[in-house]
Design a protein around this ligand. Structure first.
Ligand code: SF4
Length: 455
């Protein structure tokens, strides 16, 4: 196990050891599942497609459907055009989706397949649609792939009819769980605002068991809804890495103003989300949401002594980690190490600014990091708590630090993808998880005479 990680100073610059990210097509596949009746298609070898399906299936505990161009040696030498054309023909004939969303892999990108031209030359049945995103995996991360597929939805589908914009908001929710998407929709409904959410994986990757197999579950944004997003009055792009590019394209293409926001994790980011809707549509904030917010503030007061001043290491996707760090600071915790595997200097500057404003000295913010480095930091200067995905459990075990599972992927815990971390309800869940992880540790470690019934 990882107890053997060296204690001496080790700097590695040639590559990553346990990167804190996955590759682009995985994110593109997840985004494509958020279109109703869509079959994601991986333009590459079967191994890539199998890995991405498996990772998503393990996280969501639901079968994830996707097809592959099934490259072999021939495609590597002669290009993948023939494979993609045959795939498009076969997929519509056999699986009959409404839309295919093609993403590339390392191999098809390296070959240089001209996917838009191949799609134009393919036999696409009348009324069916094929969209595509370039997702080279040696650039960015799964978050970049998600963003690229969201952009493809806008560039292929969104249209403006040139008439007055409809009193409706487009929500680009970012790379979050279906439980989070449901919660974001509930908040918008509470405010009484019409919405289009895309991609929307609720009722797709968490579809209920009905006893009947549905290749295309009832969830997802329909092609018609995404088309009509060009006629909405406002777009809220949640998450700079996963949603901003699609929101900016929608503004440029269809004239829908885009407000970039954080994913509403924590009190401040949720307040900003609610206020953007209030200001954008002139609606009052309902009492129900004021009560929910008050419960969070009350809970923070009731529980602050569990986590106040505790040192924490956080790792995950930038759009999740930035608002989470903001919330940890609201809770009075000390984010000592904050890391993402996704590239982007903006991550480091935003986190550093938060730490500086909170007066936290010696905090480390790092983009494009890896878990080896995080482990070294934790080994050299221990923390009280680790927050990150399932891969962090090895660091947690080796260094005997409690772990709160957060982000993607989570393979070893149940029900997480249904339970929101966004909104005020998400605040309560995070407080519960963090408090209880620390209380469990206290119960485990304390002397008999300090073993209390009430904490
Ligand atoms: S990194 Fe490239 S080769 Fe590996 S699974 Fe991702 S797309 Fe496929």
């Amino acid at each position: 196990m990882l107890e053997c990680i060296p204690t001496r100073k080790v700097e590695h610059t040639a590559g990553k050891i346990n990167p804190a990210k996955a590759c682009q097509p995985l994110g593109a596949m997840y985004a494509a599942l958020g279109i109703h009746g869509c079959l994601p298609h991986s333009h590459g070898s079967q191994g890539c497609c199998a890995y991405h399906r498996m990772a998503l299936t393990r996280h969501f505990r639901d079968p994830i459907m996707a097809s592959s161009s099934s490259f072999t040696e021939g495609a590597s030498v002669f290009g993948g055009a023939a494979n993609l054309k045959a795939s498009i023909k076969n997929v519509f004939k056999i699986y009959n989706p409404e839309i295919m969303a093609v993403h590339t892999t390392c191999l098809s990108e390296t070959i240089g397949d001209d996917v838009p031209t191949i799609i134009k030359q393919s036999e696409v049945p009348e009324g069916k649609i094929v969209i595509h995103a370039n997702t080279p995996s040696y650039v960015g991360s799964h978050v970049t792939g998600f963003s690229n597929m969201c952009k493809a939805m806008v560039s292929y589908l969104a249209e403006s009819d040139g008439r007055a914009k409809k009193e409706r908001v487009n929500i680009l929710p970012g790379f979050v769980n279906p439980g989070d998407m449901r919660e974001i929709k509930r908040l918008v409904r509470e405010l009484g605002v019409e919405m289009t959410v895309f991609p929307d994986t609720s009722n797709v990757v968490d579809a209920p068991l009905t006893g009947r197999y549905e290749m295309y579950p009832e969830g997802g944004a329909t092609v018609a809804e995404i088309r009509d997003s060009g006629n909405s009055k406002l777009t809220l792009a949640l998450g700079a890495w996963s949603s901003e590019a699609a929101g900016a394209l929608l503004q440029e293409k269809c004239g829908v103003p885009c407000v970039p926001l954080k994913i509403p994790i924590g009190l401040k980011a949720t307040d900003e989300f609610i206020m953007a809707l209030k200001d954008g549509f002139g609606v009052p904030v309902p009492r129900s949401l004021t009560i929910e917010r008050g419960q969070v503030v009350d809970t923070l007061i009731d529980t602050h002594f569990h986590y106040q001043g505790k040192k924490v290491a956080v790792v995950g996707d930038p759009d999740l980690v930035i608002p989470l760090t903001e919330f940890l600071l609201t809770m009075g915790m000390v984010p000592a190490y904050v890391m993402t595997g996704t590239p982007g200097q903006r991550f480091e500057s935003e986190i550093q600014q938060m730490l500086d404003e909170a007066g936290i000295k010696d905090g480390v913010a790092k983009a494009e990091g890896d878990l080896f480095e995080l482990h070294k930091w934790v080994k050299d200067n221990p923390v009280d708590l680790l927050i990150g995905n399932t891969h962090c459990k090895y660091i947690a075990r080796a260094e005997d630090v409690p772990l709160v599972r957060f982000g993607f992927p989570i393979f070893d815990r149940a029900v997480h993808y249904l339970m929101p971390v966004v909104g005020y309800r998400g605040c309560l869940r995070l407080i519960e998880q963090i408090s209880n992880a620390l209380l469990e540790r206290r119960d485990r470690d304390c002397k008999d005479e300090d073993y209390e019934l009430i904490l």
